[in-house]
Design a protein around this ligand. Structure first.
Ligand code: ADP
Ligand code: GN1
Ligand code: MG
Length: 366
């Protein structure tokens, strides 16, 4: 997309002030994100413009209805306790003609929100304190949405964290079809996934038995989906709300551990550098449980460590599936990127498996 076209798109949104500049921004794997600078009489005002990935999100109307509904609910609560709704949750900006998103002439979709001022996001946690603070942010997010009507939002991606469903309906068919012809290069990784088949349905069976309650959850709790104050390094708000759906508290906990308790970035190739940092695991658990833990039943508490392993396995399996399918889902920067990510996640799974007793002990002690 060239700059003139971007400016034409920006002109459709109801922004305040005069346009100054637009630049690519952020490191998400799904949407294409830009920062848009405006000048107003009160100083600089920045916005985020995103091209929504319509290969991943098939129903943009429902997606945008969900995120507007979740954020307006949160804004009400935040106002109620005297907080700043423009900073503590996303503030979506409609188009000049009142729509929740803009459809470009090439049938691509754009949406926009206020850039959280004086904020940064992290691709790795440099200290346990930063990670603990993200745990508080995601725990609080879950707590604030506890009474939000689950039925009022659509599942933007069905079966999102149903690991066994993904194994049977996405992974095994991908291996069977070998669309990219890459199967020869990842046989060990395929066997690794298969060796965990018997644990993949554990949480979904517990949902069916009524042991685990369905809550409104975020479902994509990567550290870089939390904005922090750039000076105090305290969390400000949770972003990337496209996957807010009915789910398990355990999914949100486990997915955070997968990303932030890892000693290395998600695509580190040197697997000796990749392991689960138990002090970070402990810090996150303290932060998350301090905000959300009061509502948890015993089965939820008992499965926090297991869910961390399961979410890591699931994500590795999704990267591997995408590699075998020829890179059609996650944004990649080089041909083996998804395989590198999968190997990285599987190293983490093995390490968590070895440390499972210690992880469970940490949770019992909190
Ligand atoms: P993706 O679905 O591709 O992960 P995100 O919504 O997470 O897209 O945005 C990608 C990145 O852009 C984030 O990790 C964050 O760094 C930055 N970002 C997104 N929204 C905001 C915002 N409102 N204020 C500041 N930065 C943001
Ligand atoms: C994607 O959008 P982003 O980059 O925050 C993905 C997550 C994966 C993650 C792996 C909608 O998250 O499920 O866990 O990549 N989001 C979607 O890094 O599929
Ligand atoms: Mg993101």
């Amino acid at each position: 997309m060239n700059k003139n076209e971007l400016i034409e798109i920006i002109d459709n949104f109801d922004f305040d002030g005069d346009f100054v500049d637009v630049k690519e921004f952020g490191s998400g794997h799904i949407n294409k994100t830009y920062i848009v600078k405006f000048n107003t009489p009160n100083g600089e005002q920045n916005y985020v413009l995103q091209r929504v990935n319509d290969n991943v999100f098939k129903n943009i109307d429902e997606l945008m209805r969900n995120v507007f509904s979740v954020t307006s609910y949160l804004r009400g609560i935040i106002r109620g306790y005297g907080g700043d709704p423009d900073r503590e949750t996303l503030h979506y900006i409609k188009t000049k003609d009142g729509h929740r998103y803009y459809t470009h002439s090439d049938n691509s979709y754009y949406r926009s929100y206020v850039f959280v001022r004086d904020s940064i996001s992290f691709d790795t946690a440099d200290t346990p304190e930063v990670f603990k603070s993200s745990g508080q942010a995601f725990g609080r997010f879950q707590r604030l949405l506890a009474d939000f009507d689950v039925e009022s939002i659509t599942e933007t991606i069905p079966h999102f964290h149903d690991t066994l469903w993904r194994y049977e309906n996405e992974f095994l068919p991908a291996v069977e079809q070998n669309l990219s012809g890459r199967l020869d290069t990842c046989k060990d990784e395929v066997e690794f996934v298969k060796s965990y088949a018997d644990v993949m349905g554990r949480l979904t069976s517990m949902i069916k038995n009524g042991e685990l309650p369905i809550r409104v959850t975020h479902n994509d709790t990567k550290l870089n989906n939390v904005m922090f104050d750039k000076d105090t390094k305290q969390c400000i708000c949770v972003i990337d709300l496209d996957t807010v759906m009915p789910g398990l508290a355990l999914y949100d906990f486990g997915d955070s551990i997968r990303f932030g308790a890892s000693s290395a970035v998600e695509d580190e190739k040197d697997l000796d550098k990749v392991y689960c940092r138990l002090d970070y695991f402990k810090a996150y658990a303290e932060g998350f449980l301090s905000e959300a833990g009061e509502a948890f039943n015993q089965a939820e508490k008992d499965n926090l460590a297991f869910a961390s392993l399961l979410m890591t396995l699931e994500c590795g399996m999704r990267f591997l599936t995408d590699y075998i399918n020829g890179d059609t889902y996650f944004r990649t920067e080089y041909p083996e990127h998804n395989l590198v990510r999968a190997r990285n996640q599987f190293k983490l799974v093995s390490d968590m498996d070895n440390k499972m007793d210690e992880m469970e002990e940490i949770i019992r002690n909190i």
